[in-house]
Ligand binder design. Structure first.
Ligand code: UDP
Ligand code: MG
Length: 308
């Protein structure tokens, strides 16, 4: 069996993938780490697949799969794990932001501590726009409150063993948040701090919109707490209406009933928006149930090169 499988999701990286892969390969070679690569092309729309074919020709121990369309990085990671059997799996980005020099230390750390998972944790968030740093911070705060997951500065740079990979393979849901499920399955884990490198070429393929979608998806696929929030909101409003109801009745019986028209308008607006908001939250979950119940395949593979 393969000792170490290196899983690399790639999306529209045609300019850099050859160079980056060579870099990863050289580093691992220099560190005497033998491994098998699994490159997953997440339905790139540029020349990435051709570049990957070149890589497969040039190097031994490289397998590759191509999605029929863009299914997202999380699915690419799941597909990578599904399609290779190994004792250990290393998951890393293709843009060298996850430094390959760290892999050796992560393996040593796993040997030494005998854990099942080594989480790569960003020491700093690298050179990101300040607004992204803020957004990430807010997102992780909300996520932590709602799910209890502490994912601050966490990354998808991870080393997992076969047991963890097996449990990840059992997930059948279409929306997965990879970091969330790795945390959810449990097992012994430890962290490894690394410095995020700057992206050398191209730009992050996560637009602001995609990031917001990812943030929402992660919360919704991990927890149903927002649904309970609507109940909490409801109870709060019930209390308020009891108090206001008593006041209104007192006013009525003491003959001061007419003023308070603005209160009525405010209340109407307030309850209206609360109801809409709650319906929205419920709607999101219903749509998610609908999506999952269709039991569509999680991803579709159009091409596959296996070289084991
Ligand atoms: N990626 C992917 N599918 C996507 C978007 C990104 O497989 O839909 C890959 C991408 O090629 C890279 C990794 O996921 O290897 C991280 O992407 P990126 O560098 O754009 O994200 P960031 O570093 O900003 O988190
Ligand atoms: Mg990146």
């Amino acid at each position: 069996m393969v000792k170490l499988a290196v899983i690399i999701p790639v999306y529209n990286e045609s300019e850099a993938i050859q160079k980056n892969f060579a870099m990863i390969h050289q580093t691992l070679l220099a560190d005497h780490i033998s491994c098998h690569y699994m490159i997953v092309d997440d339905g790139s729309t540029d020349q990435t697949w051709l570049e990957i074919c070149e890589i497969v020709k040039k190097y031994d121990h490289v397998s590759a799969i191509r999605f029929a369309r863009n299914f997202g990085k999380e699915m690419a990671l799941c597909a990578g794990i599904d399609h290779i059997q190994a004792q250990r799996y290393l998951i890393m980005d293709s843009d060298l932001q996850h430094p390959p020099q760290c892999i050796k230390d992560m393996i040593l750390l796993m040997d030494k501590t005998q854990v099942n998972i080594v989480h790569g944790v960003k020491k700093t968030r690298g050179k990101e726009k300040r607004i992204y740093k803020w957004m990430a911070k807010i997102f992780y705060k909300i996520l932590q409150r709602m799910t209890g997951l502490t994912l601050d500065n966490s990354s998808d740079f991870k080393l997992i063993d076969a047991q963890v990979a097996d449990s990840i393979r059992q997930f059948k849901e279409n929306y997965v948040f990879f970091r969330g499920i790795i945390d959810w399955v449990g097992f012994e884990s430890t962290t490894y701090d690394f410095e995020v490198e700057e992206r050398i070429s191209g730009s992050s393929s996560f637009s602001t919109f995609k990031l917001i979608k990812l943030a929402l998806n992660s919360i919704i696929s991990y927890t149903s707490k927002p649904l309970y929030l609507t109940i909490v909101g409801g109870i709060l409003f019930l209390f308020m209406s009891i108090i206001l109801g008593i006041q209104t009745l007192v006013n009525y019986f003491s003959g001061h009933a007419l003023n308070g028209f603005s209160t009525v308008i405010l209340l109407l607006l307030f309850t209206g928006s609360m109801i809409m908001l709650s319906l929205g939250i419920i709607g999101i979950y219903i749509s998610r149930i609908y999506d999952e119940i269709k039991q569509r395949p999680r991803y579709i593979i159009s091409k596959k090169i296996e070289r084991l």
